[in-house]
Ligand binder design. Sequence first.
Ligand code: FAD
Length: 279
Amino acid sequence: MLHIVACIKQVPDTKIIKMNPKTNTMDRASAPAILNPYDAHAVEEAVRLKKRYGGTVSVLTMGPPPAVKAIKKCIEIGADAGYMISDRAFAGADTLATSYALTKAIEKISKIKPVDLIICGKMTIDGDTGQVGPGIARRLDMPPLTSVNKVKEINVKEGYAVVHRKLEDGYEVIQSTMPCLMSVEKEINEVPYSSMSNMLKAARYQPIIWAVADLEDVDRPQLGLKGSPTIVSKVWAPTKPSGGTMLEGDAAQQSQQLLNILLEKKELFAVKGGSGVEF
Ligand SMILES: Cc1cc2nc3c(=O)[nH]c(=O)nc-3n(C[C@H](O)[C@H](O)[C@H](O)COP(=O)(O)OP(=O)(O)OC[C@H]3O[C@@H](n4cnc5c(N)ncnc54)[C@H](O)[C@@H]3O)c2cc1C
């Protein structure tokens, strides 16, 4: 039976979050923590595959204790089981250390029930790198199928999956061996409202929580800040662009206004002593 692990992360709602103007860092307390929106699509796809082929959906997160809420959200969507790895030793992890810790957890989950498919979101809305999924695939020596916007077929018995990968000008069809890892685009599905029975199940659900000591064969220096070679040299908030000018009237009038603006800019440019721009 198909066993899918969906990797999910709790993130601050970046539509609401404020920046601390003094430190130029995110004021995480200023925004509610939500399930990373891309990961909701990953879980929804896993649940749809379970309905198509039968099987089990487990979700996995690395995060602090409040991340249990994100797991409960996945149970609402239809996941069967939730695993969380949470330990101070994981703190300060970059994508390399995150993928290492998650890989160790997936290895442990595989011992409970062999994993056929791992599904990640395309990226998170706070870190935004899209590196964790391919990082896990590399460590587990699985094919990484990125930018997946349709799962056409899964054949566990014969050990292959067929997917559509989004390209700039269309899509390509890929057949991969399984187990494999997919990171999925938002348009792969619509996440519907949860059923009342799933919501009740989620309210009561308690995930399995592991600390570092519960994982096997862990090379501790590869965890957390120690295992993170990424250096953040500077963080700053982008300045808001100043308001533009709205061009009025029909196309001819708008073209004239645009020309006037460009000529005005040329004069300014000439006063500053610039050269090299021809109108
Ligand atoms: C030096 C440094 C220190 C950092 N310290 C911290 C810290 O203390 N606390 C902190 O929260 N962040 C910290 N970060 C940010 C952290 O590295 C990233 O948020 C994390 O590695 C995931 O990367 P991402 O957000 O770019 O995920 P992406 O690579 O964009 O995520 C792709 C997909 O991978 C999966 N995924 C990503 N992260 C997780 C996760 N944690 N659990 C399960 N699945 C996941 C999801 O499916 C997600 O959609 C730090 C970053 C750096 C560079």
